[in-house]
Design a protein around this ligand. Structure first.
Ligand SMILES: O=C(O)CCC(=O)C(=O)O
Ligand SMILES: [Fe+2]
Length: 515
């Protein structure tokens, strides 16, 4: 999949730019191409204009990413199909051409809907190509409405068409996500009611889909009304007639019941987590309420260049941010080595095995110390900075992650609990997390600790360091944390988890259990 890591999406920007270049060259040399192909190539010309902003920023925006995938999966693919000899236009690249799939397009649509919830995005503005976050009524004063797309100089209009709006509704419906289906299908209908449009979807299909969605959500009166309208358009359809009878029956049973559209994915702690994500949406720009800052020399290694340490939470759990702990070139090396190794991220599933879930959309690679001198050097630095051994068997390899579109990692603890202990705790539990930020993020993506109300900013080349265990060996439930969905940008991190075994003498028990 392309949508599961932003770095893969960046590759697609390059693909479009190269295809456009090939078409333009072909035309310049006197070749003929269908007008549609010509239009696509001209539309992508700006991608190879060096005076414009970084083309990768196109896919750092979720609307831009969706539109790119759509162009490649549908418009380019269809136009190429009409060519009798595509090799004449595209040459060798044609053989290796890998265009995104329908699953990618769906993944983009679902990602946008997830962002819509967490950041409470204004739907109308999304359709106009703008990402505007609104705080929810119960949010703290620390939350501020913001148009995050204004913060980036945009180069191309990112407007969605009514067919896109309809498509979002269809995707949601086909994933049994009736909440978003209702939102987007309703919007489709609203746009159709407000405008004369040539390229509108079939009205009856929109009505039937929305009616069916309402029925699933137990809004039988709404469903009845829509099926009735659909029936007026086509009175010969026996299926609609039957549905009207059913909905009438259920609506009567419901009596005066007042229906309200509600999100369907409720889980404990969701609201607090999402609120903190909204508060932290521009965390790396805003001044933070850090407890204190100081130079920190945890070992002679840092004698000449002490760590610039920001204390974000003093205890239970300790959360520090170490600034400039890796260099630009080390971070680049870590990212570059990861791409060829990437696999879709998994989490520990209920059965103790690996599980792929939509709650963790990202790609993962593991870097061992013997893979590269830079990795070994960084492991050593983590040892000096934490005072704990990072030798093999004591610490895990570096886990490098690039989040995908709307990529997030919902609240969890890094230490293992319950059934997971047996499978994952041969070397003891995870004592400390050293979370390196290998990139900036334009908006969203903060690491948040909902129990203690801390949002850690994604500051390039810094590391969030937090402790999951007390010296006594007791775990710290307050270390519950999450990676907020990336709203705009490409988020790269590298985790180093250090285990208990091998550190008994480096971090011995205190004199009292709560030391
Ligand atoms: O991406 C983040 O900010 C948090 C990641 C995380 O918690 C993890 O990988 O365990
Ligand atoms: Fe974590």
């Amino acid at each position: 999949d392309f949508f599961s890591a932003t770095v893969h999406m960046e590759g697609l920007v390059w693909v479009e730019s190269e295809m456009a270049r090939a078409v333009r060259n072909h035309v310049r040399l006197g070749g003929l191409v269908p007008p549609e192909l010509h239009r696509l190539a001209e539309g992508a010309a700006w991608l190879s204009d060096p005076t414009r902003v970084n083309p990768n920023s196109l896919v750092h925006n979720p609307i831009g990413a969706y539109l790119l995938i759509k162009r490649l999966n549908q418009e380019w693919a269809n136009a190429i199909k009409t060519l009798p000899q595509p090799q004449e236009v595209f040459g060798e690249m044609y053989e290796e051409l890998q265009l995104p799939s329908l699953a990618d397009l769906e993944g983009c649509a679902l990602a946008l809907m997830r962002l819509q919830d967490v950041y409470n995005l204004d739907m109308r503005r999304v359709i106009d190509g703008e990402i505007v976050m609104k705080c929810r009524p119960n949010d703290t004063d620390a939350c501020h409405d913001v148009n995050v797309s204004e913060l980036k100089n945009r180069t191309v209009p990112l407007r969605l068409s009514i067919l896109d709006v309809f498509y979002f509704g269809i995707v949601a419906q086909s994933h049994n996500d009736f909440y978003h289906a209702a939102l987007w299908l309703n919007e489709t209908l609203a746009i159709m009611n407000a405008n004369e449009c040539e390229l509108c979807p079939d009205r009856r299909e929109v009505l039937d889909r929305l009616a069916d969605t309402y029925s699933k959500l137990r809004n039988h009166r709404g469903a009845l009304q829509l099926f009735s309208e659909s029936y007026r358009i086509d009175p010969t359809n026996p299926h609609t007639q039957a549905r009207i009878r059913d909905e009438e029956y259920y609506a009567n049973l419901q009596g005066n019941y007042v229906w309200q559209l509600q999100r369907s994915d409720d889980w404990e702690g969701r609201d607090k987590y999402e609120e903190l994500c909204r508060v932290g949406v521009l965390q790396n720009r805003a001044p933070r309420a850090s407890v204190s800052c100081r130079y920190f020399r945890p070992s002679p290694y840092f004698y000449l260049q002490p760590i610039k340490m920001e204390v974000l939470h003093e205890t239970n759990p300790v959360i520090h941010l170490f600034h400039d702990i890796v260099s630009e070139s080390e971070a680049a090396r870590m990212r570059e080595m990861a791409v060829p190794k990437f696999h879709r991220s998994v989490v520990v599933g209920d059965d103790g095995g690996d599980a792929i879930i939509l709650n963790r959309v990202s790609e993962t690679a593991w870097h061992f110390d013997y893979d590269d001198p830079v990795v070994a050097r960084l492991s050593r630095r983590v040892d000096y900075a934490t005072g704990l051994s990072t030798a093999e068997g004591t610490a895990e390899a570096f886990q490098v992650v690039n989040y995908g579109l709307g990529g997030q990692y919902i609240p969890h603890t890094d230490y293992f609990e319950g059934d997971h202990v047996t499978r994952h705790v041969q070397n003891g539990n995870r004592v400390v997390t050293f979370l390196l930020y290998l990139s900036d993020v334009d908006a969203g993506g903060a690491t948040v600790f909902p129990i203690v109300d801390v949002a850690v900013p994604v500051v390039r080349n810094s590391a969030a360091v937090f402790w999951s265990m007390e010296k006594s060996g007791a775990v710290v439930p307050n270390s519950l944390h999450a990676g907020c969905p990336v709203l705009i940008g490409s988020k790269w991190i590298a985790n180093k988890w250090i285990r208990e075994h091998g550190n008994e003498f480096r971090r011995p028990c205190g004199l009292t259990p709560d030391e």
